[in-house]
Structure formats: C-alpha cells, structure tokens
Design a protein around this ligand. Structure first.
Ligand SMILES: [Zn+2]
Length: 372
C-alpha cells in the first residue's frame, strides 16, 4: 500500500497511498483557511503557492524527523527496512526491537529533538525575514514551519505508545524497573487512552463544524489505537522468542514427497495421513519446491490419478529458507515479509526441518500464558 520514491542517507523512502489524500487536505486547509486568516489581503493564487510550499515543508519536516530516528537506530546496529510516510507522520520500519532501554531512549528522543531543532531554525529564519519586512510569500511558510515542527515535537512527545513519548516512557520504566513487558503494558494503556481521547475530541470538533481537523483526529485516534495494541503483541512475541533458535522449534522429521507420485497418492498417503499443511517435494535429496492442500485443490478430482505432484509443486523461488542456528524470531519475520506460512530449515541444500507459523505461535502462546 505504499510507493517507493527513492533513497536518502542510505534509507529507502516510501509514501503510503494515504499521503496523497492528506497532502490535498492540508493544501486545502492551508490555502483556503490558515493562510488567508493569518495573512489577509493576498490573491487566491498567492495563497495556493504559499499553501503548496508550506505543505511540502510539512512533508520534509516529517521526513527529517523520521530520518533522525533511523540514523540513531543505524548507529546502534538496528536495521531499518525503510521509512514510510503515513497520513499523519512517518514510520521507520525497524526489523528488530532495541534490546537495551538506553538505546530505545536515544532512538525515540531523536525524533522530537530533531523537530525542536527544525522549529528553532524556522523560528530564527522567520524572525529575521519578518524584521526585514520580507513579503508574505517568504514569511508565511517560515512561520508555518516553526509552528508545524513545534506541533510535531509536542504531539510526538505524548507519553503513549506508539508515539515517541510512549517509547521514551517505556524505555525509562524499563530501565528503572527492569521489566520490559510491564513497561510496555503501561505505555500501551496510556496510548490507547490517548487514542480514545483523540477520537472523542475529533467527533466533538466535527459536530461544531471544524470537520477537517475533526475527521483527521478521529483517523489518527484509530490508527494510534491499533498501533498501540500491535506494539504490545510485538513485544510479547519478541520476548517469548528471545534466545530460542530455529533448531529448537523446528519439526525435524519432515515428511517429504517425490515429484513423480500422483496427486491421488499425495492426498491419500500424505495429506489425510499426517495432516501437515505443506510437504517439501524432493528428488534425489534436492529440494524442488513445496506442495500443499491448496495446490492439490487446483486440480479437478477426476484428474488426480493422472496428474503428478510435480505439476502442482510451487517452485523453489517461492520457498523461504533459513539456517537452523538463526533465531526463531527471524523465521517469523521472514514469513511475514514473504507472506508465507512456513520456512524450510536448510544447510548447504540439505533439508533439516520445517517451521510453520502455527509452530511459532504455539511457543509464544505457551510462554506468554506461563509467564516465562
Ligand atoms: Zn518520531
């Protein structure tokens, strides 16, 4: 749901499709409301130009904020998959969570600090140009840059997940009480509360006629609520899988099939016998691909006896493989990245095992329930 627009400082930058909607909305609010109200007496076209410059400035400010998070993350060896600009801000997609509260603290603080820095730069620039009596085409975007970065810093410092302030709060509690899950639960609870508050204020504003801001707040509220809840899930999964290798959770006795057997045989001797979802297809010890119930279903029943498994085998390129010494969390991340339900555990082309999504969820569920 997002478009890649290029690279900056070594990070891939993408724009979520919702940005087009928000770009137009902000341009509209600035050009027809905010700018005419603050700088009366200009022509309509001037307002649109100032509005466009200010909108681009907002976009650049959000990008700068996210870049600063990502640069700090990279400094501590945390890989950032890419930076995506969302409808109300940005998200630096981390593939790993920080293992140390001090690192999380620095990473989270980098965003609001960078926004405050930008606010100061814009504030000084605006002070200089307005005292030099420069035209509003220059003053107005600078003044807006000051306010919007002050707002970005303030908004992101709200102490609930998934805002930066929520991360700062979690890291501080984590550092103080040495309990990651407990700290996350508190920051998430505040995040959900803040989200409900925003939704309520948004509905109120919509009813009193301030609908663009109102609807925006409602959207942000819902987005933050789901962000907060998924953060908690993420932390629980990470904690449960910490230190567990793929070798420990993989199914070692993998049922494999020959490519030349018929689908009829595959269904009766494998799918109905062992009840696994997928089966690696092997020829002379070499992995050719995977065959599953879904693949068998593609062939009409009356052709099962005459069609061989190799015709329904999903080729090798679509198989995700991992090494047994990697962490279980890597397997989970690979599954979600490639949108598959299982990974094959392979060393030098030899199949050692298989890990499915439900294998991992079972481990997480058991460890979370037992509070391990
Ligand atoms: Zn941030």
């Amino acid at each position: 749901m997002s478009y890649r627009i290029g690279h900056l400082a070594g990070f891939q930058i993408a724009i979520h499709y919702s940005w087009i909607f928000i770009f137009i909305l902000i341009l509209l609010i600035l050009s027809t409301g905010y700018m005419p109200f603050n700088y009366p007496g200009l022509s309509a076209i001037t307002y649109w130009i100032i509005g466009l410059i200010a909108t681009i400035m907002l976009f650049a400010s959000v990008l700068f904020h996210e870049l600063c998070h990502s640069i700090v993350a990279r400094r501590y060896g945390l890989p950032i998959a890419r930076i995506t600009l969302f409808f109300f801000g940005g998200v630096s997609e981390m593939t790993e969570e920080p293992q140390d509260p001090r690192i999380e603290l620095k990473m989270a603080a980098a965003g609001p600090v960078s926004s405050l820095l930008l606010a100061a730069v814009f504030g000084i620039a605006y002070y200089s140009t307005s005292s030099l009596q420069m035209p509003p085409q220059i003053n107005a975007p600078l003044e807006y840059g000051f306010w919007i970065n002050t707002f970005l810093a303030g908004f992101n410092l709200l102490p609930g997940f998934p805002m930066d302030g929520g991360r700062i709060l979690r890291a501080s509690l984590w550092l103080w009480r040495k309990d990651l899950v407990g700290a996350t639960k508190i920051a998430v609870r505040i995040g959900v509360w803040l989200a409900y508050l925003m939704i309520a204020i948004g509905i109120l504003l919509t009813f009193v006629g301030l609908w663009p801001t109102g609807i925006w707040l409602v959207f942000i509220g819902f987005f933050l609520k789901s962000g907060a809840e998924s953060s908690l899930r993420h932390t629980l999964v990470n904690k449960a899988l910490l230190g567990i290798s793929i070798e420990e959770i993989m199914t070692k006795d993998v049922k494999t099939i020959e490519p030349d057997i018929s689908i009829d045989l595959f269904v009766n001797e494998y799918l109905l016998q062992y009840r696994h979802e997928v089966y690696p297809v092997l020829k002379d010890g070499k992995i050719l691909g995977l065959a599953s119930i879904q693949d068998a279903k593609q062939i009409p029943k009356d052709r099962w006896k005459t069609t061989s498994v190799k015709d329904i085998t999903r080729p090798n390129e679509k198989i995700v493989m991992v090494r047994p010494d990697r962490e279980a969390i890597d397997a989970l991340m690979k599954m979600s990245k490639h949108d598959v339900g299982q990974v094959l555990v392979v060393v030098d082309g030899d199949l050692l095992g298989i890990v499915t999504h439900s294998d991992i969820l079972q481990v997480v569920k058991a460890k979370t329930e037992l509070n391990l």
